[in-house]
Design a protein around this ligand. Sequence first.
Ligand code: HEM
Length: 206
Amino acid sequence: MPVPPSLIRLRSAAFWGLSILVALASWRFLLLGVELSMPFVAYHAQVRPLEFYAHIGLAPVALALMPFQVWTGLRQHRPQLHRWIGRIYGLAILLAGLGGLQMAFGTTAGPVAGLGFGLLAIAWLGSTGRGIWLAWQGRIAEHRAWMIRSAALTFAAVTLRLYLPLLFVSLGETAGYSLVAWACWLPNLAVAEWVLRRNRSLLSAA
Ligand code: HEM
């Protein structure tokens, strides 16, 4: 059954709006400082300041740019701009992903959360790196498929913040946080695979 256009518009507005909103909210530390704006992770700033600030400063750059990269109109009409935004997106993920990986190893949230975030960081770095390498090789269908996976993982920043209050209320803080470290990205990746399989032309050479 075809999806009604009003639902497509609503979905697209939510995707853009939530990505930009979470990115902007993540930079709250610039105004308020980390101790005040994100006290629950402020310890990272003492132990691994470089990795921490690379992550909280640059991961929102990737999140804010991601909707532009999946926007067909921009890719078709301004391909040069798409390439430049792609370079910034890739660099932001390289630095923020390495920072996120270090933070996952050092988190005090427990081994289940640490492993969930650690694997997310590896998948984020891997899918984005592969996608960019494929673009350099001119293998555009495969590039597209891998960047859709990368975008789904970048969107984990949004899904985490949507699920967290519900999981805290239903499971408590410790179990809720352990679960969200997996739930924020595995379903996103499953949706990306489903989208790719439904649109076989996108996947043709992946
Ligand atoms: C997709 C790969 C990502 C990984 C592996 C990752 C990993 C992490 C980890 C391990 C922490 C610390 C959690 C703790 O120790 O309790 C954290 C915090 C944070 N991350 Fe990420 N992250 C990712 C993506 C993003 C994105 C795309 C954003 C963009 C908004 C982002 C923004 C933040 C912020 C602002 C914090 C500080 C805590 C907060 O405000 O929620 N992260 N991240």
